[in-house]
Design a protein around this ligand. Sequence first.
Ligand code: PEP
Ligand code: MN
Length: 373
Amino acid sequence: MILILEENVDLQGEPFRALMERLQSLPNIRSRVHAEQGTERSVVEVYLIGSTTSLNIEDMKSLPCVERVVRVSEDYRILGRHKDDQRPSGFEYNGVRFGQDTLNVFAGLCAVDSRESVEEMMRALKEHGQVCTRMGAYKPRTSPYAFQGHGRACLSYVFELAGKYGMRVIAMEITHESHVDEIREALRATGSPTGVMLQIGTRNTQNFELLKIVGRQQEFPVLIKRGFGITLEESLNAAEYLASEGNSRVVFCLRGMKSNLGDPHRNFVDFALVPTVRRLTRMPVCIDPSHSVGGRFTAPDGLPDIFHATAQGVVAGANMVLVDFHPNPAKALVDGPQALLLRELPYFIEDVRLARDAYLKRVALARRLREAA
Ligand code: PEP
Ligand code: MN
């Protein structure tokens, strides 16, 4: 159960002391105070942990300083969507809004291979009105002999070019805590021309120590991918690790499941779960059609499978699309076979827009259905 306290409550004052004394007297219940100091106001929530089923909402509401009470019915205490839960969700980062009501496309390189590729990619993005991108610097690879990414060496030119081409947010995977420091340092050294969303890849979804470290920093928002061989519940709990450590600016990404049942796709596309994640949590939901489909297959209607899978996720309400492009896929050092071509970018963006329009019309239709009931 979560008690949301009145605005600007004084943690040293008598009413708050009285509240905590009452909570301490409840049998088998522990309480944890979570205070967030915003620029204009402070928000204080008290999490009650233990045998809370016997507590009555009205009784709890009548306690000093308490404004609202939310009964937490699921495991995902902070990121979850609970009954009568009107807590605001979503966040803004470096001028870009992320929520369950927005849609952002992050087209870019799976792996940074050269300065020229980065520049060609970003030039194309700017030309087509994009302000977000993906750029892999640290690549977790199956083979120890495969290209592992340029790492720290490429960060300064990636950030400088991002500034030059107006990129506001770059999704960048990290696989070790030292990478967070390297990114912070490179941003500082280049004058912070862009923002970075730290990406936790599918191989690290349950790397709990990494999750805790990334959750403890507040500077960068986090994109966490679903683990490719675990249940949705396990992956949502992984996201909750980030929030429980203090960072609730989290986007959840579906990227397909490792299973031959999805053949010939690289992974079994799981975008039917977009509405499910939105129902269970308040996180914006991302889809990664590139790592799901994994190839440039084209359907008889002329549309690549990656376009189709993207549209399926967007028409179901996805809030972000992470997608691989490359100026010359044959030369790409990682995942060339699934990269879309730069000349396909405007068509991809237009196809996403069509799917988004269809989604918004479907939401309006659902509203009419409810009103008619
Ligand atoms: C990636 O997005 O570059 C990536 C490696 O994806 P995943 O973690 O989903 O395999
Ligand atoms: Mn990849």
